[in-house]
Design a protein around this ligand. Structure first.
Ligand SMILES: [Zn+2]
Length: 438
């Protein structure tokens, strides 16, 4: 008998962590961190999972790897199984998360981080098959961010698959997600279970319109996530330069130390790229425009305030909850010649969301600012599969049972009905600490 227990990404709770119990041994899939208003859940004890001997990581987002240092703090000394890109990018993500925590609310210390990256690791490649005892597993490309994988397991005649996060099709750099092999049970994400995205190409056109209509008279600020989104934007700008439509005097400033570190990782793993990006990589740096400025210090970052036109600034944080994007915004927000372009999800309660929702005045640091800046919201840059893609993915696996993880209630309900109608599978929506048997 195989049992699976959910320590995260269950119910409406994010922070993926799932424990699989085989008669032979146990293993974990992901060790994600709870963000936003669920932060307190990170304090829940991890006694039950600390002695698990194996941890499979699907990708380097915080809600999939963020609790790993806490696991180590509790005594976890198991082996990590993941793609090398996830492990290397994950180190930067965890260091950054550590520095962003309030000093009196830190969940782990630097020594825990050091021990985390001293854990034994087995690096795996997409497309390859491996085994641990009688457990066989295949690693597949999830197409979500660089290095992202999903895992297909086989044990005692049962086949079960964990999707991790699945990517959106036609995105630059990463490949499209692979279709799964048939499985008895599928554990899958359902973030966009109730809606589709605009095609990526349309979103690139919207970005072009926002940038090209603004730069002759002003500046563009793009608050962006440091992992994947920032690199994707650089890739798109470089495409425009290659097409000869990017005026030579316009500049792009990458003003995010974390995105800059991750950019160096992107250049180390061209084997994870799709065909087009790989082709370009062979004869150029596909992220580097001639006029790309990478800031190193806060002083360099502040100097951009004196530039009035012809400059795109890519800075964190992606939802304007902190970081260098904030000081750029303060200088730009009251001038209608400037634009702010949102290319990522803006959670409720964030400054980004307030501006997207049309606030006329916003409070930043110590005073109110008039929102005179032009505001663009572009939806198709998402790194997640849309509803139709999730359904097609589930259809390829054609499972007897589906377990929906990682999504809001409405998205899950909607995807549940669609899967039941199309595949006749039994669909579960477990809540935190539920257990199911395969
Ligand atoms: Zn993710």
């Amino acid at each position: 008998m195989i049992k699976v227990k959910f320590f995260g990404a269950a119910g409406t709770v994010t922070g993926s962590m799932h424990m699989v119990e085989l008669p032979e041994f146990r293993f974990l899939v992901d060790a994600g961190y709870f963000q936003g208003h669920l932060f307190e859940l990170n304090h829940e004890p991890l006694r039950e999972v600390k002695d698990v001997p194996y941890l499979f990581l699907t990708h380097a987002h915080l809600d999939h790897i963020g609790r790993l240092p806490m696991l180590v703090r509790e005594g976890f000394r198991g082996k990590v199984i993941t793609h090398r890109a996830t492990w290397e990018i994950g180190r930067y993500i965890l260091e950054d998360a550590f520095h962003l925590m309030d000093e009196d609310d830190r969940l782990y210390d630097l020594e825990d981080l050091r021990r985390t990256f001293a854990l034994p690791v087995s690096f795996v490649e997409c497309g390859e098959e491996y085994s641990i005892g009688n457990l066989k597993f295949r690693v597949r490309d999830a197409g979500h961010i660089l290095g992202s994988a999903f895992y297909e397991y086989e044990y005692g005649g049962k086949r079960f698959t964990f999707s991790g996060d699945l990517g959106n099709t036609n995105k630059p750099i990463v490949r499209d997600p692979q279709m799964p092999n048939p499985a008895d049970v599928v554990f899958m994400e359902s973030t966009y279970g109730d809606r589709n995205h605009k095609p990526f190409e349309e979103s690139v056109e919207e970005l072009k319109e926002a940038v090209f209509s603004t730069l002759p008279r002003g500046k563009v600020l793009i608050p962006a996530f440091a992992l994947e989104r920032a690199q994707e934007l650089l890739y798109v700008f470089k495409t425009w330069e290659n097409e000869g439509i990017w005026p030579g005097e316009w500049k792009v400033v990458l003003d995010s130390p974390l995105a800059t570190k991750i950019l160096t990782e992107f250049l180390k793993f061209p084997e994870c790229y799709d065909e087009e990006a790989y082709e370009r990589f062979l004869h150029e740096n596909p992220f580097k425009l001639r006029n790309l400025i990478i800031t190193r210090t806060k002083e360099e970052s502040k100097r951009i305030n004196h530039v009035r036109t012809g400059t795109v600034i890519i800075a964190g944080s992606g939802m304007l909850t902190g970081g260098r994007a904030i000081h750029h915004l303060k200088h730009m927000i009251e001038d209608p010649n400037n634009a702010v372009v949102f290319v990522g999800y803006q959670a409720e309660g964030t400054l980004g969301r307030e501006i997207v929702d049309g606030a006329e005045k916003v409070w930043i640091s110590n005073r109110f600012y008039d929102v005179n800046i032009r505001v663009f919201t572009i939806n198709g840059f998402s790194s997640h599969a849309g509803r139709d893609e999730l359904l097609d993915w589930a259809t390829a696996a054609n499972p007897r049972e589906v377990v929906l993880l990682h999504g809001e209630e409405r998205a899950k309900e909607s995807l549940k009905r669609a899967i039941e109608d199309r595949l006749g599978s039994r669909v579960h929506m477990p809540t935190l600490y539920d257990e199911i048997e395969i």
